[in-house]
Design a protein around this ligand. Structure first.
Ligand SMILES: NC(=O)C1=CN([C@@H]2O[C@H](COP(=O)(O)OP(=O)(O)OC[C@H]3O[C@@H](n4cnc5c(N)ncnc54)[C@H](O)[C@@H]3O)[C@@H](O)[C@H]2O)C=CC1
Ligand SMILES: O=C(CO)COP(=O)(O)O
Length: 331
């Protein structure tokens, strides 16, 4: 009997394991720390990340990747974007032939400016049509709590997308298939940077007009980059675009938005990092997205300013002023 493996026992990996189990799959979670695997097996909880979640009995955990991966037909990757390449290089030898690789990551790789599915294809040596991206407005604590949401399952092979769709369909999560992998991945990665901007604005005491402006103009720059990279512009009006952007820019549960709020209150990057523990992907991805946009001659003014605040010590007020003093142009 095959099982699904979730590699990464953080917030989303753990909540996603519950989704798979609720949809009827046997699930093995790989945790980096043996004590986390032991805690999950003994108490059905992962209290560091999702203290209120109780995992179903069809989920078990291990810290041994070979044991977790062998026999799995569905391999879900839920580690930070910037460690994926190194992690997968260690794991690739254990993959079953023709298993489906599911990416939950929302980031762009530093240095290479590659999307996560590209990193997976390259590192695992698998065909692109074996890689499925799951992305949408899916804040882990709400999904873990069984609150209703929808998501997108993107793959160039619709049969594989449909297979993953049925593996994660539950009474509270409604997955839609999509064949625009580029657009879906960009929507997920760039919204983290725009959520940082929304958090920075909130931390500065700016209100709802500012947030709506950042969401809307953030979506415009995401779509501009997407089109330059071959995405379908309509994707950005969907769950992987607007949907995720709204959830992340408005929710206090978002780690990116929360991180931004620390910066907006005048803290340094190091102070914000000390105050927040979980992965805020936009902090690193903003550099890679900025590089990607410049390489393709696409203007991304919000991303540029977020990068300046995060990595060049720019003052949030000066960054906002720079955005407002740009040359007037039609919408
Ligand atoms: N948390 C959420 O609500 C959602 C997160 N995502 C995405 O899922 C991905 C994973 O994020 P989360 O689970 O939320 O992050 P997290 O910070 O909650 O957990 C990350 C996990 O990766 C592990 N990890 C850290 N460094 C590692 C390394 N070098 N090697 C292997 N494992 C390492 C940590 O121990 C932890 O278990 C991110 O790309 C995030 O953008 C996507 C949708 C929702
Ligand atoms: O991707 C997410 C919701 O869809 C989670 O956002 P954060 O990583 O900012 O918490």
């Amino acid at each position: 009997m095959t099982h699904a493996v979730v590699l990464g026992a953080g917030s989303w990996g753990t909540a996603f394991a519950k989704v798979l189990a609720d949809a009827g799959r046997e699930v093995v979670i790989w945790a980096r720390r043996p004590d986390v695997a032991e805690l999950i097996n003994k108490t059905r909880t992962n209290s560091d990340y999702l203290p209120d979640l109780r995992l179903p009995p069809t989920v078990r955990a291990t810290a041994d990747p070979a044991e977790a991966i062998s026999g799995a037909d569905l391999v879900v990757l839920a580690v930070p974007s910037q460690t994926l390449r190194g992690n997968l290089a260690d794991w690739a030898g254990h993959l079953e032939p023709d298993s489906t690789l599911v990416s939950l990551m929302k980031g762009i790789e530093l240095g290479t400016t590659k999307r996560m599915s590209e990193v997976i294809v390259e590192t695992a040596g698998v065909a692109a049509d074996r890689v499925v991206v799951v992305t949408g407005p899916n804040l882990a604590p709400e999904i873990a709590d069984g609150q209703i949401a929808a998501t997108v399952v993107a793959c160039t092979d619709m049969d594989r997308a449909t297979l993953v769709q049925s593996s994660i369909s539950t009474s509270y999560l409604r997955p839609y298939t999509n064949d625009d992998v580029i657009g879906c991945e960009l929507g997920g990665a760039v919204k983290n940077v725009i959520a940082l901007a929304a958090g920075i604005a909130a931390g500065m005491g700016l209100g709802d007009n500012t947030r709506a402006t950042l969401i809307t103009r953030g979506l415009a720059e995401t779509a501009r980059l997407g089109v330059a990279l071959g995405a379908d512009p309509l994707t950005f009006a969907g769950l992987a675009g607007m949907g995720d952007l709204v959830a992340t820019c408005t929710s206090p549960l978002s780690r990116n938005r929360t991180f931004g709020a620390h910066l907006g209150r005048g803290e340094t990057l190091e102070q914000a990092q000390r105050a927040t523990r979980q992965t805020a992907e936009g902090v690193k991805s903003c550099l890679a997205i900025r590089d990607l946009s410049r390489a393709h001659g696409v203007e991304m003014p919000i991303t540029e300013q977020v990068e300046r605040i995060c990595h060049e010590g720019a003052d949030p007020r000066a960054a906002m002023a720079a955005l407002m003093s740009r040359k007037p142009r039609p919408e």
